[in-house]
Design a protein around this ligand. Structure first.
Ligand code: G3I
Length: 330
C-alpha cells in the first residue's frame, strides 16, 4: 500500500498526520500502535485530548503535564512532529475556570499563566500550538464562554499576544495557529474568521502563523475542492499557512454502504487535493485513523460512524487509496 506521509513529504508538505489519545485504549492496542508508529504513514501527531486545560491545569496553578508528555515521547520515538492542541477553548475547562468568580484582570492573569506555562513547559516538543480553538459559533458570532463573557472579544488577540511572548522568551520557532470548523468554505463564519485573523494581526504584540481547517465533513455534505481552495486562498492572502487539522467523514449509518464509501473517498480526495493545490497549505491531519477510536460513534451520533481511513480491524477504507492518489495528483 502507498505510504501517506512519505508521499506527502515527497510532494513538499510537512506531513500527513493523525490525532491520537493516550487516555484511551490506544497505547495498549498493539495493532493500532503498529500503524500509528509507522512514520511512513504518519509523520505528525495531534494529542486528541491531553493538552487541553482540564488535563493540564485541573486546579489553578497546579500543572499536570504527564499525559501530554506521553504523546511527545511517542512522537519523538517515531520521528513525528507534534501539533499541540489547545490552549484556550470553551470546552474541556476545569470547573475552577468555568465557575470562578472572575474580574477582567484576574481571568486575564489566569489565562496568561495557563498559556505561558504550557508553552514554556513543552517547549520545542511542540511544532505548533492551537492557541485559540473554535472562538466563533456557526453564525460567525463570538462563542459564548467564560472568556468572551468576562474579557470580551479581546481575549482572542490577547491569547495570541501571551503565546507569542512565551515563544519569544523560549527563543524557539513554535508556530501559532487559530483552529476552527465551518471556515473551510466562503460564508458568514469564514468571513468572521478572516476578520478575527486581521484583528490578531493588527494587535500590538500579538502574532499568528497559521489557520487550522478542522474539516469535519460527512458523506451527506462536504465542501467541494474549489470551495476549499477558495477558503484557503482567503487566509494565505493574509500571509498565513493553512493546515487541515481534524479531517474525518462519517457515514450516516454503519456499516457504510458501498455508495457511502465512494462518497466518503471523494470527500477525502477533494479535501486533500485542495491542500495539495495550495502551496501554503503545509500539513494534513486526520482526527484519528481507526474507526474504533473515532469520537464519532453511532450510539452518540444518531447512527453515524466509521469516518476514518481504517476500519476497526485495521483494513483500509477506499478513502485511503483516494488520499494517496490525491497527494500524488492522480
Ligand atoms: O477519559 C474518559 C474515560 O475515563 C471515560 O470512561 C469516558 C466516558 O465518557 O470519557 C473519557 O473522556 C472523554 C475523552 O474524549 C476521551 O475519550 C471525554 O468524556 C470526552 O469529552 C472527550 O471528547 C473529546 C472532545 O474533543 C472534547 O474534548 C474527543 O475525544 C475529541 O476527539 C474531541 O476533539 C475535538 C477537538 O479537540 C476540537 N475540534 C472538534 C473535535 C471533535 O469534537
Amino acid at each position: 500500500a502507498p505510504y501517506l506521509n512519505n508521499l506527502a513529504q515527497a510532494a513538499g508538505k510537512l506531513w500527513f498526520g493523525t490525532a491520537m489519545d493516550t487516555t484511551t485504549a490506544e497505547p495498549d492496542d498493539v495493532d493500532y500502535m503498529t500503524v500509528f508508529n509507522d512514520t511512513n504513514i504518519f509523520g505528525q501527531v495531534t494529542p486528541g485530548n491531553t493538552m487541553k486545560w482540564e488535563f493540564t491545569e485541573p486546579t489553578q496553578n497546579v500543572f499536570t503535564f504527564s499525559e501530554g508528555e506521553e504523546t511527545i515521547a511517542l512522537a519523538e520515538a517515531t520521528g513525528k512532529k507534534v501539533r499541540c492542541h489547545n490552549l484556550v477553548w470553551s470546552s474541556e475547562l476545569p470547573s475552577w475556570v468555568t465557575d470562578g468568580s472572575w474580574t477582567n484582570e484576574t481571568l486575564l492573569a489566569a489565562m496568561e499563566t495557563h498559556i505561558k506555562t504550557e508553552i514554556e513547559y513543552y517547549g520545542s516538543g511542540c511544532w505548533s500550538w492551537d492557541v485559540v480553538n473554535e472562538a466563533l459559533d456557526s453564525d460567525g458570532g463570538l462563542t459564548s464562554n467564560v472568556f468572551s463573557e468576562i474579557i470580551g472579544s479581546a481575549y482572542v488577540p490577547l491569547a495570541f499576544q501571551y503565546a507569542y511572548e512565551a515563544v519569544q522568551s523560549l527563543g524557539e520557532d513554535i508556530k501559532l495557529f487559530y483552529n476552527d470548523y465551518s471556515i473551510e468554505w466562503a460564508g458568514t463564519k469564514n468571513a468572521a474568521a478572516i476578520a478575527l485573523v486581521k484583528e490578531i494581526q493588527g494587535w500590538d504584540g500579538a502574532h499568528i502563523d497559521g489557520i487550522g481547517f478542522e474539516s469535519h465533513y460527512s458523506v451527506s455534505w462536504g465542501a467541494s475542492q474549489a470551495q476549499q481552495e477558495e477558503a484557503m486562498a482567503s487566509f494565505t492572502a493574509l500571509g498565513l499557512q493553512v493546515h487541515i487539522t481534524e479531517l474525518d467523514v462519517p457515514c450516516t449509518a454503519v456499516p457504510c454502504t458501498t455508495d457511502a464509501l465512494t462518497i466518503q473517498a471523494q470527500i477525502y480526495y477533494d479535501t486533500i487535493s485542495a491542500c495539495m493545490n495550495t502551496e501554503d497549505c503545509t500539513g494534513m491531519t486526520v482526527w484519528d485513523f481507526d474507526d474504533k477510536y473515532s469520537w464519532i460513534q453511532p450510539a452518540d451520533y444518531d447512527g453515524e460512524g466509521d469516518p476514518d481511513l481504517y476500519y476497526s480491524d485495521l483494513t483500509r477504507h477506499p478513502a485511503y487509496t483516494a488520499v494517496a492518489e490525491a497527494i500524488q495528483g492522480l
